[in-house]
Ligand binder design. Structure first.
Ligand SMILES: C[S@@+](CC[C@H](N)C(=O)[O-])C[C@H]1O[C@@H](n2cnc3c(N)ncnc32)[C@H](O)[C@@H]1O
Length: 196
């Protein structure tokens, strides 16, 4: 799957990796920063997405579309789309440009606006990557977990880098008897869970 990354996507990934690194150095204000996952997290979520059962794949928190580019590889392999939710107009503009330049529009459905208001557009979920504002993790979990199919996989980012802020969410997932879950120290720390 990774061996089939197109030159256009490699170019797009390298461009966004550079912008993200710059953001972290030059004091760009928080809402404008891309706050992307690192490449190893991209590989992890893509491998898990490609192996999730058939069904709808979603991502909450598109930013400029870096993680979506990774997930589009799984979407392409499964001949489906990744539905990705983004709130901010500037990020939506950047993401559209990313998907166009990387030639992956066919595999991506960008849903504009507040994910909490729009998650109802998706009925059943087989894969979710959760990477938005930390206070949204719990409300997203209550909607998404009820829509997940058996064998469905959810990955939440930042559970080590933002452990304190995410502790109520982490406790909720780890104690949910309907899910098997584990935290892995890759990137910013990923909580991976699978519906029994
Ligand atoms: C950490 S960034 C996502 C980074 C992206 N997953 C990547 O690795 O390239 C979080 C994103 O969530 C978006 N966001 C915040 N609140 C949201 C909401 N209520 N609905 C949808 N997106 C939201 C932010 O605007 C921001 O772009």
């Amino acid at each position: 799957m990774f061996k089939e990354i197109s030159n256009e996507m490699i170019k797009g990934m390298k461009y966004l990796e550079k912008l993200d690194a710059q953001d972290r150095l030059d004091g760009t204000e928080r809402l404008k920063r891309l706050r992307q996952i690192p490449p190893e997290t991209g590989k992890l979520i893509t491998l898990l997405a490609a192996n999730a059962p058939d069904g709808e794949m979603i991502e909450v928190g598109t930013s400029a579309g870096y993680s979506t580019m990774w997930l589009s590889l799984a979407a392409k392999e499964k001949q489906t789309k990744i539905h990705t939710f983004e709130l901010l107009p500037e990020k939506i503009k950047l993401a559209k440009e990313t998907f166009y330049q990387a030639q992956i529009e066919q595999w991506v459905h960008l849903i504009e606006g507040d994910a909490l208001q729009n998650l109802d557009l998706i009925n059943t979920i087989s894969f979710c990557f959760l990477d938005c504002e930390k206070e949204l993790y719990l409300p997203c979990w209550s909607i998404i977990s009820s829509k997940m199919i058996t064998g469905g996989v959810l990955i939440a980012d930042n559970v080590i880098s933002h452990q304190a802020a995410l502790q109520p969410f982490i406790n909720k997932v780890l104690n949910d008897s309907l899910f098997d879950s584990v935290i892995v120290p890759i990137g910013k720390g990923e909580l991976i869970c699978r519906k029994k």
